[in-house]
Ligand binder design. Structure first.
Ligand code: GLP
Length: 642
């Protein structure tokens, strides 16, 4: 990873104003970058110079830190001559707070390497308000006195922030106290066990401070970052997206995984930046894009529409427009089916799912309770109504997503029942009393005791049962797998083991499914949906040779992180107005997941609103392409192991 040149390396990177390297996986990127940092440290140490690193927090750099720890342990990489400066810290949090960045950095890196404590610098969140300005200046002076940052590592927030430089931060901003953006606070809500607990302010290095580093690397994983990465890389710099100011830096590079690269022009609209191989899937994407650009249904596109929009070669190769239009129209038409499990005894040559066997054995894998109904509540119901044997498997209990207030309410309810109908020996009431005691002694940010987690898991099970009942799934077909990685972990600190895989393999062998529905394949690899997908992927790889496996199709349902475009959809299941209402009702049962904040993003702060909005948006998009007009559509993509 040498310093990037400003001239694009390839024709298709012509829109990119920052060198962007797409790595096959986040781990591969982290390993390369760690090796690069090791070289820097060794070279400086050999020359008798310290290495000054600017470091970031968040899930993104954790893989990098793990690699550095590995190099320290296995290859004797020493941090004795390394000085670090962290980007930011929440204002108001003492070092000891479980979510302080000081603590995070010690847990994720410093405690595991031989860095000298006096070489570690993290902004101090406890400086009194009237001393903040002086403190920030001193931080900058200290960076300069150390010789300036050799390398700054960055993640990126969904608002486009680097460090905590939220939209509105200028190119010349320095280390200072800032107010956090609403979206940033919402993204941090899980770490803080509720948005209300997320601090409102932070101290952060400024954009100007970051730009003074001799080299800058920004890392991003997962589809939730795709849009912000593309905008920072391709659009003119603006303070509404502070990461875009990195464009001016002489030695900056972005390192992303394929999902985070998904919105770059070379990935999303490759025909705009070079000649390409017009495979059917690419042609479909290009035509849908053209139709959307011109706001014209597919069947009305003219030859000149193609040639005027960089698609002349498609026309020459596969045109004229008349035939192309019909072909693509039919392809999209064939994604629509009211028979997600295949239509019995029908010709299935042009259907997304095969007709036989009927009924099918179907497993819907849901990372947490509620992902299933959010992503495919309507389809789930159809599968059941159409006679398939549907098992819904909840991979995790989701107990980390339940607030203490909910747990307390549940305990009180049990105690109330006990008072209404007292029984001599009531273990339920004893448990509830114990929960009440434990909640009473628990600090706001302490992790939950096993009992509390158990109760929270029970709550989510109850919600899932109620929700699935409205979809017609029989209680005997619900599986709560409580995968160990989740039950024994907490956010950002999950570790997969063979035990997780074993649970899935056992279920697959028992059911021998013809159809699997899953999600999370393109999510940030540190998130619960992504980890759940990874366990499933491994389990499927290990059972690949088993007879049922050859006859099993895997369908992905969408995660809320990124909208799917019509051209990416391989199965579109329309929902009638009534079905959409039923779906919303199913989601509604997940009461503990209702938004606890009055904050509104685009007017859609509740998960059910987002799902409804998305399902309607797909229907509108199909309609605009000239297909039938439905109320709503749930969308799926087929997945096969690479
Ligand atoms: C926080 C940090 C940023 C980080 C961002 C993204 O806001 N202050 O430095 O880049 O979160 O976090 P994650 O890596 O968890 O997506």
């Amino acid at each position: 990873m040498s310093a990037p040149s400003l001239i694009p390396a390839a024709e298709n990177e012509q829109r990119e104003r920052i060198k962007t390297v797409v790595h096959p996986h986040a781990d591969a990127a982290a390993a390369l970058l760690a090796a690069d940092i090791a070289t820097l440290i060794r070279r400086n140490t050999a020359a008798g110079k310290p290495t000054v690193l600017g470091l970031a927090t968040g899930s993104t750099p954790v893989r990098l830190y793990r690699q550095l720890i590995h190099l320290h342990r296995e290859q004797k990489l020493s941090f004795k001559h390394v000085i670090t400066f962290n980007l930011d810290e929440y204002y108001g949090l003492p070092r000891t707070h479980p979510e302080s960045y000081w603590r995070f950095m010690h847990e994720q890196l410093f405690n595991h390497v031989d860095i000298a404590p006096e070489h570690v610098n993290v902004p101090d969140g406890t400086v009194p308000r009237d001393g903040v300005f002086a403190w920030c200046r001193a931080y900058e002076d200290k960076i300069r006195a150390a010789g300036g940052l050799d390398l700054q590592v960055l993640g990126i927030g969904r608002t486009g922030h680097i460090g905590f430089n939220e939209p509105g931060s200028g190119r010349d901003s320095r280390t200072r106290l800032v107010t956090l953006d609403a979206l940033t606070r919402r993204d941090a809500a899980r770490d803080f066990l509720g948005e209300a607990n997320v601090p409102r302010h932070a101290i952060t290095m400024g954009v100007g401070t970051i730009l003074e580093a001799r080299r800058v690397v920004l890392l991003a994983w997962g589809e939730a970052k795709a849009r912000v990465v593309a905008t920072a890389v391709e659009n003119p710099p603006t303070d509404t997206l502070p990461a875009s100011f990195l464009q001016g830096h002489p030695a900056v590079s972005f390192h992303v995984d394929p999902a985070a690269a998904g919105e770059l022009t070379r990935v999303r609209h490759p025909w705009l930046v070079g000649s390409i191989d017009w495979k059917p899937t690419v042609a479909r994407r290009a035509m849908v894009w053209l139709s959307q650009q011109l706001e014209k249904p597919v069947l009305k596109l003219l030859d000149e529409d193609y040639s005027e929009h960089g698609m002349a070669d498609l026309l020459t190769e596969q045109g004229p427009a008349y035939g192309l239009n019909i072909r693509i129209f039919n392809e999209i038409q064939h994604t629509i089916t009211g028979w997600p499990g295949g239509k019995p005894d029908a010709d299935d040559k042009h259907r997304p799912e095969r007709a036989a066997p009927q009924p099918k054995r179907v497993v819907v894998f849901s990372p947490e309770p509620s992902d299933d109904v959010l992503g495919m509540g309507g389809t789930l119901r159809r599968l059941v109504d159409q006679g398939h044997e549907v098992t819904v498997a909840y991979l995790t209990s989701g107990n980390l997503g339940v607030s203490d207030e909910e747990a307390a309410m549940a305990a009180e309810l049990v105690l109330e029942l006990d008072r209404a109908a007292p029984a001599a020996d009531n273990p339920g009431a004893a448990f509830a009393r114990e929960i009440r005691r434990q909640l009473g002694t628990k600090g706001a940010f302490d992790g939950d005791t096993p009992d509390i987690r158990r109760l929270k898991g029970i709550l989510r099970r109850g919600e899932a049962r109620a929700s699935l009942q409205t979809c017609g799934v029989d209680a005997s077909r619900m599986r709560f797998l409580d995968l160990p990685f989740y039950e024994n972990g907490r956010y950002r600190q999950f570790e997969l083991s063979e035990n997780d895989e074993a649970v899935i393999i056992a279920l697959l062998r028992e059911v021998r499914p013809h159809q699997i529905f899953a999600t999370g394949q393109s999510a940030d690899p540190s998130t619960v949906p992504a980890i759940c997908f990874e366990v499933l992927r491994r389990a499927l790889a290990r059972t690949q040779a088993e007879p049922w496996s050859a006859d099993c199709r895997v369908w992905l349902y969408r995660s809320p992180d990124r909208e799917w475009e019509p051209a990416e959809i391989e199965m579109a299941v329309p929902l009638s107005p009534r079905e959409l209402t039923q779906k919303v009702q199913a989601i509604y049962h997940h009461k503990s997941q209702r938004s606890q904040s009055p904050m509104v993003a685009a007017g859609l702060h509740e998960a059910w609103q987002q799902a409804e909005h998305h399902n309607r948006a797909i229907a509108r998009a199909y309609d605009a392409l000239g297909l039938a007009e439905y109320e709503a559509i749930e969308a799926f993509q087929r997945w096969s192991p690479a």
